[in-house]
Design a protein around this ligand. Sequence first.
Ligand code: SF4
Length: 322
Amino acid sequence: MSQAPVKLSVVGLKAYYLTERGPVQAVDSVNLSLLEGESLGVVGESACGKSSLGAALLRSMQRPGKIMSGSVILAGQDITLLMDSDFDRNIRWKKIAMVFQGAMNALDPVYSVESQLAEILQEHGYKGNFKDKIKESLKQVDLDPSVAARYPHELSGGMKQRVVIAMALLLEPDLLIADEPTTALDVLVQSEIIKLLQKLQKEKGVSVILISHDLGLVSQIAHKIGIMYAGQLVEVGSTDDIYRRPKHPYTQALIAAVPNLKSKDKKINFIAGSPPSLLAPGQGCRFYPRCPHAMEKCKQDPPEFKAESGYVRCWLYEKDDK
Ligand code: SF4
């Protein structure tokens, strides 16, 4: 079977927050690729840079965030090189859309669902019938079309999240980035939202980047998983490999920290220590102070993230040719 075409290729992406205290290296030297219709889970502790990565891909980092260098190639076009006006007109919502963290709570309480969806259509010069398109979008996320007439306060959390996903998919983007789309929802609704994303990805062939702190949740939908630590991707692999054969010591620690409800041993394995400040993450491996396998050279020499080491940013998997 032939492989699907590459939809997204990110090369050496650096995106920092230029604060008065110095640059916060929220996204540092990130490389990743995504095939058409493929889903990638990006997992890591809070403040590891995963939301900043999603926002950088959509060129929506909050100030003073800025893409410093690197490429984001979407269907063959480096979208970091586009003028803002070009990006807004042709890429945002149309090619890449994002469900931002907490977006369901940002729905405007004074406008109906229909008005809020119609505004997006209008802003992007949609030529078809607005009402039909809105009905179709709501059906696509398994909501009754009558929801269009309701206001946000008349919807449950799960319904609001479906509306937000419908908004993101309104202009049929090729890539959907969903940042913690199930946070603040109960477990049953979480599972429904994950199933919905899975359905949309299969039926619409949309590529999905799912950002979450919850490895178990991400593994339900993602074809592959990228583990992020202190602003860097430290390992990318198939979901099966990450779960069953984790290589990077941080990935191993994350897997060990997932509670196993079937096991009699109810002990939770915390990862001792805390991530470094992204203002001054240090010269060498950023996981060095917490790593049980740390070697002397890890302190000074940063391991790289490349094919030769199997996309694991760790000296244990890299030939020391320095
Ligand atoms: Fe641990 Fe060294 Fe690998 Fe970093 S490079 S994860 S410190 S073994």
